[in-house]
Ligand binder design. Sequence first.
Ligand code: ZN
Length: 165
Amino acid sequence: MGYEVFRRMLKRMRRYIFFVGAACWLLGSLPREAFADQCSVQVAATDQMTFDTDRIAISRGCSRFTVKLVHSGKLPVEVMGHNWVLTRQEDVRQVAVDGMKAGPAAGYLPANDPRVIAATAMIGGGQTASVSFDPAQLGGAIEYAFFCSFPGHVAMMRGTLKLTD
Ligand code: ZN
């Protein structure tokens, strides 16, 4: 093998190493970007009285977390209203009951209730609503739940929310 050939090979190898390095760097940086994107989630609610997810995980790295609720159905808010309410798991039942008592004008949610950590507006088919909150309010060892407080919906529309590393 002549020196010239060896040099060319070395050059090619160096380029190869550069590309592999660049690819690794790109791949390594990808999850971090996805991580940042995970500080929000879209939840769809339907005319069949369902959420499209029953589990939400929030990274401790998020300084703010946003839930965007999309009512993908067609029924009006008076008939098939949906909201997204976050409480401790143990508070779900009572907040749902108190929400029913609060009535439609209050969006079926007691006003200024400390048990309600976050809640969107009550919306009808085709509408969207968002809510943002600071995950630092959530204690790691406590179980949280999200649900819809429209009368009767809590049985079907309910999921768990937890903090992850
Ligand atoms: Zn609902």
